[in-house]
Design a protein. Structure first.
Length: 360
């Protein structure tokens, strides 16, 4: 191999062989993991008027079989089966949907012929469903939530690569015991800490300060971090016999705040209120008397923050010991609502509930 042309030809052959080699695709088809895909709707199943429609499309149109057929590569990395659990845009997700989904996931994961689960979902409340499952799934097997920011009909739709990565992750032994994860945009995120941060970019899911868990690259997950908070098999919450969750709502903090929304929720009979307040969960003069009255009526009050990062300090901006309030730690308000609902299925003791907020 003396001539430069011969050397170049040899190197090209090596480069092409390396490019064709993908660890997961090299798996023995007889030993592929069994991954169940549960479809719930969302943009990943959305349909637009034409290929350049990336907003103003209709979510939840494409069925699970079409989603799977659109990505034939997944059949090379897993034995997949699909099930249409719901077909909704996820802004319409309810507590009842969550209970049904958690029960189905637990039933499937109890089967020896299911190694992992992928859940396709709209992105708007994806982090909430993920956290609910993180606290209620009773298995170490991987559960991976996935969505898309562009409808299935768009140029450069992100759904197919996201589904492919989600199936790889759900079938990976490295993903066992990591809690419920979100696989989007080549990133792996933890259900507890990730949030949607942009209305339309494909990079919308971020865990800005606590950090993502890892990357999906070259047909495999690459993990660098793990959430230390309890989840799945270590969680004390059991929804197997529940058909309803306690009413808990969120009120928002802002300048010139008034108590009208809070008082209406309490009059409705809410069992808990999450106050997504300003700063470190500060309690403005316009709402403080109503919050104190709310707690006196037996309703649990959780102080959280609209800021997006950081710990809400207990006995910081309010005397929580004296007012008998709970703080949300680093949970955003939509996830604090989920933990409070589950907490209320077990206790109304504020000390026990506060401990849960430091545990999960
Ligand atoms: C939805 O959340 O169901 C629609 C929007 C999306 O999936 O991004």
């Amino acid at each position: 191999m003396s001539s430069p042309q011969a050397k170049l030809a040899f190197l090209s052959v090596i480069a092409l062989s390396l490019a064709a080699y993908t660890p997961a695709l090299a798996q023995d088809p007889g030993h592929l993991p069994n991954v169940m895909i549960l479809a719930t709707g969302g943009t990943i199943a959305g349909s637009g008027a034409n290929s350049t429609t990336t907003v103003g499309y209709t979510a939840a149109k494409v069925g699970v079989d079409a989603l799977i057929d659109a990505v034939p590569e997944i059949k090379k990395v897993a034995n997949v089966k699909g099930e249409q659990v719901f077909q909704i845009a996820c802004e319409s997700m309810t507590n009842d949907h969550w209970l049904k989904l958690a029960k189905r996931v637990n039933a499937l994961l109890a089967q020896s012929d299911v190694d992992g689960i992928v859940i396709t979902h709209g992105t708007d409340t994806l982090e909430e469903t993920a956290y609910f499952l993180d606290l209620t799934v009773k298995s170490n097997k991987p559960v991976v939530m996935v969505g898309a920011m562009r409808p299935a009909t768009a140029i450069s739709a992100d759904g197919p690569i996201n589904i492919y990565n989600a199936v790889l992750l759900a079938g990976s032994k490295d993903a066992v015991g990591k809690g419920v994860m979100i696989a989007m945009n080549d990133e792996i995120s933890a259900a507890r800490d990730v949030t949607k941060t942009n209305t339309s970019l494909t990079s919308t899911f971020r865990t800005s300060e606590l950090g993502l868990l890892g990357y999906m690259q070259d047909n495999a997950p690459h993990f660098y971090r793990q959430s230390l908070r309890k989840h799945t098999t270590e969680s004390e919450f059991d929804v197997s016999n529940l058909d309803k969750l306690p009413d808990v709502d969120i009120i928002y903090g802002y300048a010139n705040i008034n108590p009208i929304a809070l008082d209406a929720f309490v009059a409705h009979g809410d069992k808990g209120i999450v106050f997504a307040s300003v700063g470190d969960g500060s309690v403005g003069a316009g709402i403080k008397p109503s919050l104190i009255e709310t707690r006196k009526k037996g309703v649990i009050v959780v102080r959280s923050s609209r800021v997006g990062n950081g710990i809400v300090a207990r006995n910081g901006e309010a005397n929580d010991d004296e007012l008998d309030f709970v703080v949300s730690d680093t949970l955003n308000s939509q996830k604090a609502r989920i933990l409070l609902m589950l907490a209320l299925t077990k206790t109304t003791d504020t000390k026990a509930i506060q401990k849960m907020f430091y545990t999960y």
